[in-house]
Design a protein around this ligand. Sequence first.
Ligand code: DAH
Length: 335
Amino acid sequence: MSENLKRTFLDEVSSLKSLADAANLRVKYLGKKGIITAKIKSLSSLSPEERRVAGREINELKQFIEEECERKESLLKSAELKGRLLAEAIDITLPGKAVSFGHEHPLSRTLREVVDIFTRMGFDVQEGPEVELDCYNFEALNIPKDHPARDMQDTFYISEDIVLRTHTSPVQVRVMEKKKPPLRFIAPGKVYRCDADVTHSPMFHQVEGLMVDKDITFSHLKGVLIAFIHQMFGPDIPVRFRPSYFPFTEPSAEIDMGCILCKSAGCRVCKGTGWLEILGAGMVNPKVLENVGYDSEEYTGFAFGMGIERITLLKYSIDDIRLLFENDIRFLRQF
Ligand code: DAH
């Protein structure tokens, strides 16, 4: 009787395919309503003598079934693990997926370098609005309505007295209105002019600079700007100051540096002159100081303005300003 049972069990065990089936088989034999459990219960109806013999036999069978179940389960477990490892195998010899890093846009880099140089010289950084009142963009800077200097800057008008600022110079006025001297700051930002070709973009960036205090002279202007150019382009670059005209400075100057492309020998970029113009500057016109309520007898100052695109084009020998705004990744990767 128990030999038959044992054989049936062994048949069933050997045909098991999964751990789930093994669990079911365990329940079938050893569970609360299992075959072995029923047999143990039925022992109570036997005489003590019969019970002793049948009891031993059934216990041995129970132990055998338990051991077989365990053995089979551990076999199935390692088979399943093997299967999973095979299915989820990773080929560690395949090349990895490279993480691609981005980097600063060349314009952001130039701007950061300019800001770094001036903050090291004690200038702080100020900002002003891009949509600006005519009176800040022009009037307070000594550029009245009929002034020819307005034609130099093709203005985008929002209304009769609101413009997209054509330069960062209005930030001079806004800061001076709020603060008393001594002042020493730069003002980077976007400016707008109705102009577009290989060297002009309708939106571009300038950095304005202003220093106002007692006894500020043209020597301070020269010292600061030469130090800037030498840090930005190299300590051996020649620099020259040329007389010029801006309504908001008097005297005014344009500052050239030796052409970095041909080492001042003369080339297409410097138009054969050996010089590149990179800055406008001057002593703040007393009228501008008076416009913001400063006493121009007591205070003097210098101002300057430069184009970030121009500096970037020169520094990296880029010949078309539009490349800076198209954001073609093949172009940007080169920097
Ligand atoms: N605002 C001038 C421009 O956009 C640049 C400039 C020239 C700024 C001389 C200055 C300056 O502060 O002193 O053309």
